[in-house]
Ligand binder design. Structure first.
Ligand SMILES: Nc1ncnc2c1ncn2[C@@H]1O[C@H](COP(=O)(O)OP(=O)(O)OP(=O)(O)O)[C@@H](O)[C@H]1O
Ligand SMILES: [Mg+2]
Length: 324
């Protein structure tokens, strides 16, 4: 930590009896070990009478025309209740990002429908200019790498003000106030103890990875969206920063009533943060339902294999080389 070796020794001793406070924090923040070893509880899932905010129905996307197109997303259907988190899990190339792009209207489906409340997102191509603006406000996306999604030449203040300038009629003063408020929300405001100086004046390269991801989340939230699609949004962060961002997302969801579509290949994170989950393999949906049910009673071999691959599972069953 900070360029110093805090602790070293056999893996088994470090994992089971860490001496240094920093090692202890790293271990307690690692979701794979926490959830597998301590068996943290599940989210309750949506209320029985909850209304669906997002409905995905027999969605399909092919690439390459002709007689034998490649099917990246193959008849996927699920609903997401307002105010809940739905996770999409699956290996690399299983079609998660393609699905996300269709839900956010960045890619057109080959067939099937995507509905937000009563708005047909899959018909985005036919929307009026006002309709497009409206949808861009209501559905936002956060990516894995904020370095490529945030303009490196602009200051954080400009990056956050841009959607407000483009999509609202707010005055300069109102925009400045909103930018300050959202930076406070994601704990990057001028009052934040751990942040030196004014973050709004800095460029993305002058921030840490966790701070950059907070800026990306602030940008996604600044237009008060209903649905936020997070595509591997915490996958590149170290476990401590990842835990901070996950609890920030949780707090924002509770305070603002947000609905999340959370895409991840990390089942230990998904177990902790999602109410419902869809498991994908080769473009197909192999299972979909309550997170607690799918993790406790996987119906599909593929899901079982994915669950076995959580690092904590192997550690618990003694299958990991502990340097003994
Ligand atoms: N524009 C495209 N043209 C052709 N094939 C594509 C296109 N976009 C995606 N694919 C293919 O569709 C499949 C699904 O890709 P996708 O990016 O949705 O996977 P993913 O589940 O997000 O993977 P990862 O976990 O690696 O991000 C892949 O085989 C990919 O090569
Ligand atoms: Mg992807």
């Amino acid at each position: 930590q900070g360029g110093e070796v805090k602790e070293h020794g056999p893996t088994d001793r470090i994992l089971t009896d860490p001496h240094d406070p920093y090692t202890r924090r790293l271990l307690s923040d690692a979701p794979s070990l926490v959830s597998a070893v301590e068996q943290s509880t599940y989210r309750p899932g949506p209320a029985p009478d909850a209304t669906a905010l997002l409905t995905v129905d027999t969605l399909r996307r092919e690439f390459g025309g002709g007689d034998d197109p490649f099917v990246a997303v193959d008849d996927v259907s699920f609903t997401v209740a307002a105010g809940t988190t739905h996770a999409i899990v699956g290996e690399s190339g299983s079609g998660k990002s393609t699905l996300a792009r269709m839900i956010t209207a960045f890619q057109e489906p080959t067939s099937g429908t995507v509905t937000l409340d009563d708005l047909r997102i899959d018909e985005f191509g036919t929307f009026s200019k006002a309709g497009r603006r409206d949808l861009r406000r209501r559905v936002q996306m956060v990516y894995q790498n904020p370095f490529s999604s945030l303009d490196p030449r602009q200051t954080v203040g400009k990056i956050l003000a841009e959607p407000l300038r483009n999509l609202t009629d707010l005055s300069k003063t109102q925009i400045r106030e909103k930018v300050e408020a959202i930076l406070d929300r994601v704990a990057l405001g001028s009052g934040a103890g751990s942040v030196s100086g004014d973050v709004a004046q800095r460029r993305p390269a002058e921030l840490s990875g966790g701070q950059r991801q907070r800026v990306a989340i602030a940008r996604a939230l600044i237009l008060d969206p209903e649905l936020v699609v997070l595509d591997e949004a915490v996958s590149a962060l170290d476990v401590t920063v990842q835990a901070q961002i996950l609890s920030l997302l949780d707090e924002l969801q509770r305070d603002l009533g947000l609905t999340y579509l959370f895409i991840s290949h990390d089942l230990s994170v998904v177990r902790e943060i999602s109410d419902t989950v869809t498991v994908m393999s080769h473009g197909r949906q192999v299972e979909s339902g309550l997170t607690s049910e799918i993790f406790e009673h996987p119906q599909d071999d593929f899901t079982e294999k994915l669950l076995d691959a959580i690092p904590g599972h192997r550690y618990r069953s003694g299958g990991l080389n502990l340097g003994l």
